[in-house]
Design a protein around this ligand. Structure first.
Ligand SMILES: [Zn+2]
Length: 440
């Protein structure tokens, strides 16, 4: 007797890249989705035979791979995209960004900016994101409503934020967020302390203790600028990384954004403590912070993922663009054209990014049993002809606008570049109204 299988969706016809270690591309492949998870991966003909009545999502002339994982961002900052450019980090933050945030960022505007960020990311193939912005519960609600996966928090900093008057209040909000979302399949709560220069030692330690108590990640900006490193060395006598290590703050739960100015000793500390580094190359270029030695960190055994950072310092949430620039930059700063090759770049925005967030058992590969977060990237364009190696194509030629379909937890959120679970036009119209009020 011919055994029939019941699946919810069968994505068929493209070249499948599972992104498992050593995976080989499967031409004319298919991915079966059942109950929001990957049920099977294999040649199209074989899977169609197993489930002839399954709902089929056509992906001919596409690459089918896991959705991208953005390991660092400030989502609602889409509202200030292009509002303050061509400034160094400290001046940019203190004179332009923080004053606007104090005046204009509230629950409603954070929701609006986050919704825009969700659409922008999904349309760029990002299925898991990481947020470090205020009103974390609103961010979580926005993600959940649309159906996108994401890590959320309520960031702590030693001065009043648009949400919290004191660091203690931020800690309370972090606890509430964790209690509310700790068992949610889409939303992953986390702790976030802004940076070693904006949070005192006592609060840094308390934050690390909270992360340990709840067994959730701890996000922090770390060694982003030369100014920060010089400041910590003059105040504390050690580099920001050594300082956090001495406080006992660094560990496998840490997601350290940037790590641009790192010494060989710092890299050893990051590797020994199993810290996850979120490399943000475009933001670091735009604010003239520098170029992180990402390839050297990977060689030293540091877990490394990629982040867009917020759109005020990028100015897009286009992780593929960051990945492409990352590999080119690593080649030029090492003087070695073999540094950070194409396949590694794509691993960094899929499987390795998931590892940085501690989500490697859920997303990052198209492995049976994992969440069905997958994207189909069209290979019909002139710039996609020919393709000798799909990894090379993704790392050096593909565009995020080639993303056709996007599924998160088996749910189709983007079909043929159209958002299925939100009204993007109305969000864009409201964002333009916000921008008009800000500019006026
Ligand atoms: Zn950041």
């Amino acid at each position: 007797m011919n055994e029939r299988t019941t699946w919810d969706t069968l994505v068929v016809g493209g070249t499948v890249l599972t992104m498992e270690p050593e995976c080989e591309p499967i031409p004319n492949g298919a991915v079966a989705v059942s109950d929001g998870r990957i049920a099977a991966v294999g040649p199209c003909e074989q899977l169609l035979e197993q489930a002839p009545t399954c709902e089929v999502l056509e992906a001919t002339d596409s690459l089918i791979l896991p959705g991208f994982v953005n390991t660092h961002s400030h989502l609602a900052m889409t509202l200030v995209r292009g509002y303050a450019d061509d400034l160094p980090l400290k001046e940019w933050l203190e004179k332009r960004i923080w004053p606007v945030e104090r005046q204009h960022m509230n629950r409603d505007t954070v929701r609006l900016g986050t919704e825009l960020a969700i659409a922008e990311q999904l349309l760029a193939g990002i299925t898991t994101t990481t947020d470090m912005y205020f009103f974390g519960d609103e961010v979580a609600a926005a993600l959940e409503t649309v159906g996108m996966r994401g890590m959320v928090t309520e960031p702590l900093i030693d001065f009043p934020t648009p949400r919290c008057a004191t660091p203690e209040e931020a800690m309370d909000k972090q606890r509430e967020l964790i209690e509310a979302y700790r068992d949610n399949p889409l939303i992953f709560p986390s702790i976030a302390a802004h940076s070693p220069y904006s949070v005192c030692a006592a609060n840094l330690v308390k934050e690390a203790e909270l992360a340990e108590e709840y067994d959730v990640p701890l996000q922090i900006h770390l060694s982003e600028t030369r100014w920060e490193v010089d400041q910590l060395i003059s105040e504390k006598g050690s580099s920001p990384i050594a300082y956090l290590a001495d406080l006992g703050v660094l560990g496998e739960r840490t997601i350290a954004a940037h790590c641009v100015h790192v010494s060989p000793a710092d890299i050893e500390i990051l590797a020994a403590n199993e810290v996850g580094v979120s490399h943000n190359p475009i933001s670091n270029l735009k604010l003239a912070s520098g170029v992180s030695p990402a390839a050297t960190m990977i060689e030293a055994g540091v877990k490394l993922g990629l982040g867009t950072d917020g759109t005020a310092s990028n100015n897009t949430l286009d992780l593929l663009r960051d990945a492409q620039l990352m590999t080119l930059l690593q080649k030029v700063i090492t003087g070695n054209a073999t540094a950070l090759p194409a396949r590694t770049a794509i691993e960094i925005i899929t499987r390795l990014g998931a590892h940085v967030l501690g989500l490697e058992d859920r997303v990052g590969t198209l492995s049976p049993g994992l969440e069905a977060d997958l994207i189909c990237i069209s290979t019909k364009g002139a710039h996609a002809t020919p393709i000798y190696d799909p990894f090379s194509h993704l790392a050096f030629a593909a565009r995020s606008a080639d993303v056709r379909h996007v599924l998160v937890a088996g749910k189709l959120l983007v079909r043929d570049r159209t958002m299925q679970t939100m009204d993007l036009e109305s969000i864009q119209a409201r964002t333009k109204e916000f921008a008009t009020s800000l500019a006026g």
